[in-house]
Design a protein around this ligand. Structure first.
Ligand code: 5GP
Length: 335
């Protein structure tokens, strides 16, 4: 839909290295030939078959192997920002897990990304969310938190939030880490209800993060429980919805039956995101098109989804005002 392409968009849920780097860049970064061929083959398969969640976590490892130096991480970050820029994204929150490799510490990893963000001269306002991987042990999570807090102090205008991600079938939500992060001025977003786990969803919603990721298994018609749905309605935590990702990983049946339907009909806050555009071969314009094609949203309503997303972002008040003015101006020029 040309409208979705030109609409100024706000991306709040994009995993940087594993998920968002395109296969061509991975190849350029020297991804081993057999690995990259597998990557592309699996990516093209996605047109016909949906991928299981576990399969995607295998795919993510391929991207990690190609980005194990600060130089590679820097280049990959630049390319991902440029891709979003081409898609008329005006505000972008990238998220990534600080990662140590043989030739790179977690600190150097974060530095490489921050440097790429600072060097970027285009029109997108870019912020960084640092992730804790739920499958890591307590010591590794604490170590990541220490790095995150240190880097947040150094780059308070870029590093805005903390996320909990990783394989939802492994590990859990450690409220201590997120309380500490919040006390230190970080916004919080937590992957929540990607698989059925009512107890964990209750704990996460009880913590009231600034946003949650996915939220598939919250509504009772979608495998959640009534109490958690009521909790979401009461707390009104904005939900980051990633339609293509959920269709590809089989956590929803199809686009039109995606749980965003319940959020729309209940008037709950939500935003639309790509999650892993490199792995799922999507972009934010396509995600917006699905709201138009499969959920009957009007063009006016699509604009409003993007406009409201500014409020759910981790930008400063001044930045939010500027983004909103840009969107209002675009609307005036395109009516
Ligand atoms: P990176 O941290 O390497 O920049 O981004 C990829 C990582 O993000 C993956 O290894 C995984 O931990 C996390 N990730 C990517 N997509 C998803 C998803 O759909 N669900 C969850 N829970 N984690 C994800």
């Amino acid at each position: 839909l040309p409208f979705c392409r030109s609409l100024p968009k706000v991306e709040l849920h994009a995993h940087l290295i594993n998920g968002s780097v395109d296969p061509v860049t991975l190849q350029e970064l020297g991804c081993m030939e057999t690995s990259i061929l597998d990557y592309i083959k699996l990516a093209s398969l996605s047109n016909n078959t949906s991928r299981a969640l576990d399969e995607c976590f295998d795919l993510f490892r391929i991207a990690h192997n190609a980005t194990n130096t600060p130089q590679a991480v820097h280049l990959a970050t630049r390319r991902v920002i440029e891709d979003f820029d081409k898609d008329n994204v005006i505000y972008l929150e990238l998220r990534t897990t600080p990662r140590a490799e043989q030739g790179m510490t977690k600190q150097e990893y974060v530095e490489a990304i921050v440097t790429a963000i600072k060097e970027y001269q285009g029109d997108v306002l870019v912020k960084l969310i640092l992730s804790i991987n739920r499958s890591h042990d307590a010591k590794a999570c604490q170590d990541s938190l220490d790095v995150i807090l240190k880097k947040k102090k150094l780059y308070p205008d870029i590093i805005k939030g903390i996320d909990l991600s990783g394989n939802p079938k492994v590990g859990g939500f450690d409220s201590y880490i997120f309380k500490t992060a919040r006390e230190n001025g970080l916004y919080t977003t937590i992957h929540c209800g990607e698989v059925k786990n009512d107890g964990e969803v209750t704990d996460i919603l009880g913590f009231k993060p600034d946003r949650i990721g996915h939220g598939n298994f919250v509504h009772p018609d979608y495998g959640g429980c009534q109490e958690n749905w009521e909790l979401l309605c009461e707390k009104r935590v904005p939900v980051e919805c990633c339609l293509t990702s959920n269709v590809m990983t089989n956590t929803t049946r199809n686009y039109s039956e995606h749980h965003v339907k319940e959020l729309i009909s209940s008037g709950l806050p939500y935003t639309i995101s790509t999650d892993d555009k490199g792995v799922f071969l999507t972009d934010l314009s396509r995600e917006y098109s699905h709201l138009y094609d499969d959920h009957a949203l009007t063009k006016e309503a699509l604009w409003k989804v993007s406009f409201n997303s500014v409020d759910y972002s981790f930008a400063s008040s001044a930045e939010k005002s500027l983004l909103k003015s840009k969107m209002i101006e675009w609307k005036r020029d395109n009516e």
